[in-house]
Write a protein that binds this ligand. Structure first.
Ligand SMILES: [Zn+2]
Length: 159
């Protein structure tokens, strides 16, 4: 299932367990489980009708605990980014140069994530992106973003 959502369309990468792995907590477990299933989930506050990210026990706007998990569109745009020419971890060295950015989702929240894109071609603030999922272990998939090709407004899950 993850394979069809893979960030690298042409050259699938074998899941690596060499790099750092996320450690799900009580607050983040639903996020990681959804990612493993190829879905991007964020929190929504039923009291003040706003989304929030990253996951927390309470709404940061109104302090309500009426938080629920909802599926995000997976679409957004690059709010800001940087290109890493020095790997932050030895496992990332084959990827250099790689991009990390703040993505503004359609739901109004921002996510820090890896951005899969030819560097520097088309990598720019404001570029539309869509979520994709990078398997980084047997039981973990990392939400990342790739440049939206503009051919379809369908979410990656539907392709
Ligand atoms: Zn709220």
């Amino acid at each position: 299932m993850i394979q069809s959502l893979h960030c690298h369309k042409e050259t699938p990468v074998t899941p690596s367990t060499q790099g750092p792995q996320p450690v799900p907590t009580t607050e983040t477990a639903p996020y990681w489980q959804a990612a493993l299933e190829g879905r991007l989930k964020i929190q929504f506050c039923r009291s003040c009708n706003r989304h929030q990210f990253y996951p927390r026990r309470f709404c940061t706007e109104c302090l309500s605990d009426g938080i629920e998990w909802v599926q995000a569109s997976g679409r957004g745009h690059i709010y800001t980014y940087t290109v890493c020419h020095v790997a932050a971890h030895p496992a990332f060295e084959p990827r250099v140069p790689y991009a990390i950015g703040m993505v503004a989702l359609e739901e109004g929240v921002r996510m820090l994530a890896g951005i899969v894109a030819p560097i520097p071609d088309r990598l720019a603030i404001g570029e539309p992106v869509e979520v994709c999922f990078e398997p980084i272990g047997d039981a973990v998939a990392l939400p990342m973003f790739r440049l939206a090709d503009g051919e379809s407004t369908a979410s990656p899950k539907q392709r």
